[in-house]
Design a protein around this ligand. Sequence first.
Ligand code: FMN
Length: 196
Amino acid sequence: MTQANERTADHPIEPLFLERWSPRAFTGETIPEAELMTLFEAARWAPSSYNSQPWRFLYARRDTPHWEKFLGLLNPFNQSWAKAAGALVVLVSKTHMLPPGAANEIPSHSHSLDAGAAWAQFALQAARSGWQAHGMVGFDIPAATTQLNVPDGYRVEAAIAVGRKGDKSILPEGLQAREMPSSRNPLAQMALEGGF
Ligand SMILES: Cc1cc2nc3c(=O)[nH]c(=O)nc-3n(C[C@H](O)[C@H](O)[C@H](O)COP(=O)(O)O)c2cc1C
């Protein structure tokens, strides 16, 4: 019904949801600081439990002194393509929150969920702004915790490569074949009226 990038939605949705995908071929262009801030700004407005806003985005833009440290956290496969990204981000969530009127912080049931909502908004804004964001769990989480000075009470959630989409010919052959927007399981498998 709604079409973009050869993806088709079965029900009408904003084309942006189909236009966001996770390429691995990036041009090597550094994302300007102001444009990266626009992506974080979109993430900032995500909903969260008690408006606790537990997300933290640690980042390094390409061609800055922080870049090599962030790139070095990724596993070799992710490094092989993310080295051409314009910025690398490590998403962290705060595990405890202060409910309104409470004196002490309590464990948050939804800190990871809330951080995921912020990541989604980041990625959608990236697609809208002419960039793409690619999430990664393939990185060294203990090393990220240490090297990025993540304090106790925070969970390292994911890494993100953001860049300008490039031509897939820059990728090794195996990855070229996979460099396309993927499809999805049927809606009936995930939207279950009345429960499982
Ligand atoms: C939290 C998270 C972790 C991911 N980890 C990796 C990864 O380590 N390496 C990789 O190449 N892709 C990774 N991906 C990309 C997914 O494979 C991709 O989002 C999924 O196949 C759907 O494709 P699309 O984003 O193009 O729609 C990750 C995505 C997310 C959201």
